[in-house]
Design a protein around this ligand. Structure first.
Ligand code: SUG
Length: 439
């Protein structure tokens, strides 16, 4: 059946800031305590969506989460007025305050793993919200992510939204950032990439945290009923060079795979297995000599989006930074044009400074026509929604935020006012704790 991929982009939330929370994510570590510009960050995200929509690529949005997340602080024993709580946490444990204030749900590639109905045993689209247990600030995302997905994909005849996997480091799951679906020669393969074994730590060899476990991949494959899946291993060298997710060193779409030569362990065998199954697969493997791993990570070239353009050719939507690095620019300029017709550069610098490129900002959901009709259409991005969201951002967002500002109780008030209005714009009902508590 005719299927197409919709990119669901995470809208950047009003508390976007640089708190250096992600060990192993070099940009996050480097930019700690710099002032951020949440308004610009959100507008950059909207412009990226608009570029894709103009190319005819179906586009939708996922709302940001409620931050700072007061229910987490209350669960940790903080009580009293909001102002008192922010003041106390801000002086006792500023890292905790930054953790519950992070706008990290914007990186929608980590929201969930999605298996299209063509791949699954029961012919429904399956979603598993990622448990994101490796880092505290991300581990508080899954309950709201699940509610949002249920609000959009509520029709159980077509969609199955699972619970996140058990919140244990053995099943650490980072969602679609380690998942690539290839479609070629009449077949589809879901390629999962794991960074470590949950139950056999002796096999784990990285200094930086490996976030995705093999066992999480197996569990997602089992519960989704994926008929054709392959689990491969991240190269520990890539993780230690800052590729905390596989989408920092590889991107695939349909019959094309663009990958750094040091992305996977035993890469030649991985590619051989793929080619055996899909003889027409086009692999563009970039050597370390052409683009050293450190430049691949700083330029985020592989964190581009590969999309089907208007005339059927593939387009690459790359971050601006990949034009500013000499090595990455040469790679872009010499990509085989019969495979990748055109390269576009987009400015998502505010997100990039936290280690989130164009591909991190989106969750791919492949749907056929009846499924498209069955989803909640309020989140579909078109010119009308673009203008509404732009005005909404301009009305509610600050243009400067420091980690010290996170103590300001007015920030929570501003965020909740903005998000309450947003759920109306997107027609997704009450998905936030503050809305549900008020019922
Ligand atoms: O999980 N950064 C995110 C970036 C996620 C990128 N996603 C993909 N590669 N798909 C992370 O490390 C930084 C937050 C801070 O430091 O304030 C952060 O969470």
């Amino acid at each position: 059946m005719d299927e197409s991929e919709i990119n669901f982009d995470g809208l950047v939330g009003p508390t976007h800031n640089y708190a250096g929370l992600s060990v192993g994510n070099l940009a996050s570590m480097r930019n700690v305590n710099q002032p951020s510009n949440p308004k610009l960050a959100a507008l950059e995200g909207l412009e990226k969506m608009r570029v894709l929509a103009a190319l005819g690529v179906p586009q939708a949005v996922l709302p940001p989460q409620e931050r700072p997340h007061l229910p987490t602080l209350r669960a940790l024993g903080y009580s009293g007025t909001d102002a008192k709580i922010f003041d106390r946490v801000g002086s006792e444990n500023p890292v905790l305050l930054a953790g519950v204030s992070s706008a990290s749900s914007m990186w929608a590639a980590n929201a969930a793993t999605v298996s299209p109905s063509a791949d699954t045993a029961d012919r429904r689209v399956h979603f598993t919200p990622a448990n994101l247990v490796t880092q505290f600030h991300r581990s508080i995302e899954p309950p709201t992510t699940r509610r949002v997905l249920c609000a959009i994909f509520s029709d159980e005849a077509h969609f199955k939204v699972h619970d996140p996997l058990p919140a244990s480091t053995h099943f650490a799951d980072e969602g679609a950032a380690n998942h690539t679906r290839l479609v070629c020669d009449g077949e589809s393969i879901e390629l999962f990439t794991a960074g470590r074994r949950g139950f056999d730590a002796s096999l784990n060899r990285t200094t930086f945290p490996a976030r995705q476990t093999y066992e999480a991949c197996e569990a997602v494959i089992r519960r989704h009923g994926v008929r054709d899946a392959l689990i491969v291993s991240q190269n520990p060298v890539a993780i230690d060079a800052g590729a905390f997710h596989n989408d920092v060193v590889a991107v695939g779409h349909r019959h094309v795979l663009l990958v750094h030569e040091l992305a996977w362990e035993d890469q030649s065998r991985v590619l051989l297995r793929l080619r055996e199954r899909m003889p027409s697969l086009k692999v563009i493997e970039i050597s370390d000599a052409a683009l050293p791993l450190c430049d691949a990570v700083s330029s985020y070239l592989f964190n581009s989006q590969l999309v089907m353009g208007p005339s059927g050719g593939l387009h690459l939507l790359a971050p601006m930074e990949s034009r500013e690095s000499d090595a990455a620019r040469v790679v872009c300029e010499t990509l085989p044009r019969d495979i990748i017709a055109q390269v576009h550069h987009v400015d998502v610098r505010q997100s990039m400074k936290n280690g989130g490129g164009p591909a991190c900002l989106r969750l791919r959901v492949t749907l056929n026509e009846p499924e498209r009709r069955a989803m909640n259409s309020g989140v579909i991005f078109d010119e009308r929604l673009y203008h509404l969201l732009k005005q909404w951002v301009e009305r509610h967002y600050r243009d400067r935020l420091t980690t010290t500002d996170l103590r300001d109780p007015k920030l929570l008030e501003e965020s909740c006012t903005a998000l309450d209005e947003l759920t109306g714009l997107l027609r997704i009902g009450s998905v936030y704790d503050f809305q549900r508590d008020a019922i």
